[in-house]
Ligand binder design. Sequence first.
Ligand code: TXA
Ligand code: MG
Length: 331
Amino acid sequence: MTPSDLDYQRAVDLLVAGELVALPTETVYGLGADAANPAAVAKIFAAKGRPADHPLIVHLAGHDAVDHWAEQVPDVAWELMETFWPGPLTLILKKQAWVPDAVTGGQDTVGLRVPGHPVALELLRRFANVKGEHAGIAAPSANRFGRISPTTAGHVAEELGERVPLILDGGPCKVGIESTIIDCSRGEPVILRPGHISPVHLEAVLGRQPAVETAAGAPRVSGSLEAHYAPVTPLRMVAGERLLDFINAQRHRGGKCAVISANQPPQAGMPHAWRLMPADPVGYAHDLYAALRDMDHAGVDLIVVEALPADAAWVAVADRLRRAVAGAGQA
Ligand code: TXA
Ligand code: MG
């Protein structure tokens, strides 16, 4: 799963030429372009079918590049970088004046992240060797707009096919859901998108758990749109205690359903397909998008997800599933 020297070379050549390259990160696969080249960045929006006012995350090889992209970086942001980079954390900071509107959606802030995947880092380093030490790769998740984020190179090919000239294969993504996004541009840090790095992790640095502000502010964060991460097949959340009745009713109606659950299937009323998920939130997040994608291909009329535990450890997974439910069935 390690790209060859030639693969990296081709990827850098494409990026320098203003073309797109799909790259693995530890969270999900990204669809990358030279972040300083607005024409290249425009190709990302075209390939995804994404509205142009949605800002992108700029991926950097290291902390040293931050000042090139952001100004007035508060101390707390530096502390977060020291602790969590390379890793699944994106910081929203006041942008430098030169940063293209194509990247920021015309806002006065920019999202920055040093990813924790060796292939992404190697590509970023090689790109920076050619373009200059502060070079960045703008990359949203490499899926069509609103759809399920890709966690393997095969998923990217399924989503974008010929629209992307090169997909670097770095194996399955370790984290499986997108980075935690923290806005450090307006005083107290606020979580705009929950992720693998949780409020509890952040408390160790910030001294308190930051507020979560996921619903407000759309479309500043496209991940905050109500409908997102969605399969084509309709999706329902059903409480565990109602699950068996629900499946049986569905079957009597002649509907085929698939279930995603952290529990074993009941003997009676077996649905068409049952995807057994890890019972812990980190494992569940890791498998989530692949499970949604598999069940979307299972030839069923309905995907049923057993409702998740309500506690804080599940917020990131619950956030993705809630939006998947809202966006599902809109082929
Ligand atoms: O884990 C990730 O973050 C993945 C990998 C590829 O790095 N990327 C990702 O990108 O999830 P995307 O575009 O699917 O989601 C990035 C989110 C979007 O919801 C976008 O609106 C938000 O980051 N974002 C980027 N710049 C922003 C800004 N200046 N202010 C507010 N939100 C911003
Ligand atoms: Mg996305």
